[in-house]
Design a protein around this ligand. Structure first.
Ligand code: AQP
Length: 344
C-alpha cells in the first residue's frame, strides 16, 4: 500500500536546547516544511521518563515551542503541539508495549547509557521509551522522520514494531480494507555534515543537554559573548586544519568544528577545508564565531521575545493539539477495530 508522505519528529522539553538539537533536527524540520506536510511535537511525556521539576517542565515546553517558531516553522501550514495533549500517543504506546518484544528493548543502547549502572532504579517509562516513540510516529502513519544519528536505533525499532503489527494482524487489516499493511515503515532522515554534533570539550562525546559543563555545548539562547567564549575555548589539537577530509577521521575535535561550520553554512566539510585547510585553529575559530553568532543570534533573540508571551505559545499548542488529535483519533479507532476492541 502507498502511504501519503508525512513528516513527524519530536524534541524533548528537558532544557538547554543546543546546537546539536538545532543542526541534527530542527534545521531539517524547517527545510522539510517546503516539500511535505509536517507534524512537530514537544514530547513532554518522554521528558518525564526522568524526573522533571514541574515548573521547569512547563517553562521548557514553552521554550521548545518558541524554538520551533523562532527557527521558522509555520504553525498554520503545519502542526506544532505537545504530546500530552493528544492521549492517543499513550493509547497506541500501550498496544505497542504488547507488540514489541523484551529482547528488542534490551538491545537499546540509549537505555543502557541513561540508566547507567543503577538500572534497577530506572523508571519503567525510560525502558519503554522507544515504544512510545514508535507510537508518536505511527499514530499519524508518518513516513519520514528527521532525527540526529543518536535516534537511528529507535527508528529501526519503530520499523520493527510497524512490521510486526502488520504481520500479527494481517488478516484483520485485510478484512477492514487496509490492504496488506496498516502502518508504513517510517524512514529516518539523517543527512548532512552534522548528524551527530559532539561536545566542545570532548570530540568523542555527543553534545548533550545533560552534560554538567555548559562549555560543552552552545545553547540556542546563548548571546554573542557566550558563543564566542565557548567556541574559543573549544578543545582542538595542535595541528593546522587538514586539506584532505580523510584526515579528519583521526581528529575528532577538528572533525566536529568543521562539521558544525559546514552545517551552519549550508556547505560540506570538503568546502570548509577548501577554504580553511592549512589554517591555524585560531583563525578558523574566529570565522566560526562570526558564523555562529550570525545564524544563532537572531534565533535566540526571537526565542527570548516569544517566551515573554506564554499565552500566545499555549494558543499555538492548543490549536496544533486539536488538529493532531483529529488525525490521531482516526488511526486509533482503526487500530481498535483491527485489534478487536469494542468501541462506541
Ligand atoms: N548532539 C547531537 N547531534 C545531532 N543531533 C542531536 N540530537 C540531540 N543531540 C544531538 C537530536 O535532537 C533531536 C531532539 O533530541 P531530544 O531532545 O529528543 O533528545 P536527546 O537526544 O536526548 O537530547 P540530548 O541533548 O542528548 O539530551 P540528554 O542530555 O538527556 O541525553 C533528536 O532528533 C536528536 O537526535
Amino acid at each position: 500500500m502507498a502511504f501519503k508522505p508525512l513528516v513527524f519528529s519530536g524534541v524533548q522539553p528537558t532544557g538547554n536546547l543546543h546546537l546539536g538539537n538545532y543542526l541534527g533536527a530542527i534545521v531539517k524540520f524547517v527545510e522539510l516544511q517546503n516539500s511535505h506536510d509536517c507534524i512537530y511535537c514537544v514530547v513532554d511525556m518522554h521528558a518525564i521518563t526522568v524526573w522533571q521539576e514541574p515548573t521547569e517542565l512547563t517553562r521548557n515546553i514553552r521554550e521548545v515551542t518558541a524554538a520551533f517558531l523562532a527557527c521558522g516553522i509555520d504553525p498554520k501550514k503545519h502542526i506544532i503541539f505537545n504530546q500530552s495533549q493528544v492521549a492517543e500517543h499513550a493509547e497506541l504506546a500501550w498496544v505497542f508495549n504488547c507488540v514489541a518484544r523484551l529482547g528488542w528493548l534490551n538491545r537499546m543502547t540509549q537505555f543502557k547509557e541513561k540508566a547507567g549502572k543503577d538500572r534497577e532504579n530506572a523508571s519503567v517509562g525510560l525502558y519503554a521509551y522507544p515504544n512510545l516513540m514508535a507510537a508518536d510516529i505511527l499514530v499519524y502513519r508518518a513516513t519520514h522522520v528527521p532525527v540526529g544519528e543518536d535516534q537511528k536505533q529507535h527508528l529501526e525499532l519503530s520499523r520493527d514494531i510497524a512490521q510486526k503489527f502488520n504481520n500479527d494482524y494481517a488478516k484483520s487489516i485485510q478484512e477492514r480494507g487496509f490492504g496488506d499493511a496498516f502502518f508504513p515503515q517510517p524512514e529516518p532522515l539523517i543527512q548532512g555534515p552534522a548528524t551527530r554534533v559532539m561536545s566542545l570539550r570532548d570530540g568523542t562525546k555527543k553534545m548533550s543537554k545533560s552534560d554538567a559543563s555548559d562549555y560543552s555545548r552552545i545553547n540556542l539562547t546563548d548571546d554573542a559573548d557566550a558563543i564566542a567564549r565557548k567556541v574559543r575555548k573549544a578543545k582542538t589539537d595542535p595541528h593546522p586544519l587538514p586539506v584532505d577530509e580523510k584526515e579528519l577521521a583521526a581528529r575528532p575535535e577538528a572533525d566536529n568544528l568543521v562539521g558544525i561550520y559546514a552545517a551552519l553554512n549550508g556547505s560540506t566539510k570538503a568546502d570548509v577545508l577548501g577554504e580553511f585547510g592549512g589554517s591555524q585553529f585560531s583563525a578558523f575559530k574566529n570565522a566560526l564565531v562570526d558564523l555562529s553568532v550570525a545564524k544563532l543570534g537572531p534565533i535566540g533573540a526571537e526565542m527570548k521575545r516569544l517566551v515573554q508571551d506564554p499565552a500566545h505559545i499555549d494558543a499555538v499548542l492548543a490549536d496544533g493539539s486539536a488538529r493532531a488529535k483529529l488525525l490521531a483519533a482516526e488511526t486509533m479507532n482503526a487500530v481498535k477495530d483491527i485489534v478487536g476492541f469494542v468501541r462506541r
